[in-house]
Design a protein around this ligand. Structure first.
Ligand SMILES: [Zn+2]
Ligand SMILES: [Zn+2]
Length: 363
């Protein structure tokens, strides 16, 4: 099974000119090394350490011009509800060749990763929240205050779903966040530019598939997701014939199958396997089944979703990307999906003919 899966990835690499990330590079066979007994035939100048810039096989922030028709998606966070140094929780940045930038979810730890991209904060003013779990909006306060201090001289615009009652909706959550920072904001009055210390919240009906943003040729839709309780949504972003889809958190559902069809880049949650939830996270078997296959999407179910919507490029996220967890996840995905896929902590960029996938910058 695993062998067939890898073959499919390699075929895709050839077809669309994909540069695979660090994970795949590690699987390549190293170049043969000359035997110790052979006479040295290499000219001495070839041994000099190179001093000229070389092509990179990873994405380095602020080092590549985005073409006018290009979309770049950077995974700022792909982790789990629990925090760790190596991987922030859910956050994806979409950059368009027309200069527009959009953040999808703002999970714990993502603000730090975002800051490393060195994008002026005036342009990081649009956030779309899929639901109000901390691992999807826990760093919104950090972006609100930190962005306001670092150059966002306008309100932070936030789109998010309603809940089953007003106090469970995005407007109430952000209102409370601003109140939480009352002392912080009061302490800056008269001492710093506080134009960025305001929000502009658009709360939309979580039940209704609808266009929630339409500006400058960009269309963003929300549609219902099935996750925990009422009030979770997924998104599509369409621009110049390119389609980006982000599930946030969801169990597989008919709306995703309908609206995510034919996506160029489909990012869908894929949780850690049930055996690993029991062994590594110490969940009871009952809790592991509930969390790993009902509240979230199991790897086999992720594969089934992708087999149905057939994206040009599928991305699984929402698990700790460790050597001992990713193998079992890939194996299970390949039981139901053989198409092109990539791993989290990655940057994707592309126009209509192709998508290039690379690892993040080394850290
Ligand atoms: Zn969630
Ligand atoms: Zn989550």
């Amino acid at each position: 099974m695993k062998r067939r899966g890898l073959a499919a990835v390699v075929v895709f690499t050839f077809v669309v000119g994909l540069t695979v990330g660090l994970y795949m590079n590690n699987l390549e066979t190293p170049s043969p090394i000359s035997s110790a007994s052979a006479a040295p035939t290499v000219k001495s100048e070839a041994l000099v350490s190179p001093t000229e810039a070389r092509a990179r096989d990873f994405y380095a922030p602020n080092s590549e011009t985005l073409a006018p028709d290009e979309m770049r998606v950077i995974a700022c966070g792909t982790g789990m509800p629990s925090q760790r140094m190596a991987q922030a929780a859910a956050c994806f940045l979409v950059e368009l060749g027309n200069g527009e930038k959009f953040l999808f979810d703002m999970g714990d730890g993502a603000a730090e990763r975002l800051s490393a991209l060195q994008i002026p904060y005036d342009f990081l003013d649009k956030v779309f929240l899929g639901h109000l779990h901390g691992d999807h909006f826990g760093d919104i306060g950090t972006l609100f205050v930190g962005g306001g201090l670092m150059g966002r001289h306008k309100p932070l615009r936030i789109w998010g779903p309603s809940g089953s009652k007003p106090e469970l909706g995005t407007a109430a959550a952000i209102d409370h966040m601003e109140k939480m920072f009352a002392w912080d904001i009061a302490g800056r009055l008269g001492q710093t530019d506080i134009r960025g210390f305001t929000t502009d919240v658009t709360e939309f009906d979580y039940k209704k598939p609808q266009v929630i943003y339409e500006e400058n040729g960009v269309t963003i839709r929300s549609f219902p997701a099935i996750h925990a309780i009422d009030g979770a949504v997924s998104f599509t972003l369409e621009w110049q014939g390119l389609k980006f889809v982000f599930s946030s958190d969801t169990y597989p559902n008919k709306w995703f199958n309908e609206y995510a069809k034919d996506a160029d880049l489909a990012i869908h949650e894929c949780f850690i396997t049930v055996p690993d939830l029991i062994e590594k996270w110490r969940l009871t078997p009952e809790a592991a089944l509930q969390v790993g296959t009902q509240i979230h999407t199991a790897p086999e179910a992720f594969g089934k979703v992708m087999s149905m919507i057939k994206p040009r490029h599928a991305v699984a996220y929402h698990f700790f990307k460790d050597p001992d967890t990713t193998g079992p996840i890939l194996e299970r995905i390949r039981k139901t999906y053989s198409g092109p896929s990539a791993w989290p902590r990655t940057t994707w960029s592309g126009t209509s003919p192709g998508i290039r996938s690379r690892s993040e910058w080394p850290s």
